[in-house]
Design a protein around this ligand. Structure first.
Ligand code: HEC
Length: 124
């Protein structure tokens, strides 16, 4: 009797734990689907991505960004307009791959920046 109870308890635990696993996978999947690239603004989306991934080299006072400044709209716009910023994050061989020495940005960030640039890269 005790053995049966233990067996059922183990079974329930296994089912419960594995359902947890699938719940998490579902969440990640939903987050990917939920990447909203439609209403991307410079101030709330693009600038924070650059701050997090680029500006410790490309900030105005940083010495390791080859003088390329991306921490304000006017300076960043130069590299947006000549296509170098987008090419650099796309890793397409048309500009140095960025972030330098790091992995490619996540697909959602790249899609957001791409869409914002395609819509005119407005200072919004
Ligand atoms: C570890 C420092 C570092 C980080 C982080 C970094 N860069 Fe750079 N970046 C450089 C250096 C150094 C150069 C100049 C040498 C070269 O082109 O590789 C450069 C060059 C560039 C260029 C000019 C490329 C060309 O071919 O003309 C662009 C555009 C650029 N970076 C954008 C970015 C963006 C956008 C990010 C963040 C997603 C980023 N960088 C992250 C150091 C960095």
């Amino acid at each position: 009797m005790i053995k049966n109870t233990l067996f059922i308890f183990s079974l329930v635990s296994i089912v419960y734990l594995s359902s947890c696993y699938y719940d998490k996978a579902d969440m990640i999947y939903t987050q990917n689907l939920a990447c909203d690239t439609t209403a991307v603004k410079y101030t709330t989306i693009v600038a924070p991505i650059l701050t997090k991934n680029c500006n410790f080299c490309h900030g105005g006072t940083a010495a390791n960004g080859a003088g390329i400044v991306l921490d304000n709209y006017a300076s960043a716009k130069v590299y947006i307009s000549n296509g170098r910023l987008l090419n650099s994050i796309l890793h397409n061989g048309k500009a140095s791959a960025m972030p330098k020495g790091g992995g490619k940005l996540d697909a959602c960030s790249i899609n957001k920046i791409t869409n914002w640039i395609n819509k005119g890269a407005i200072n919004n």
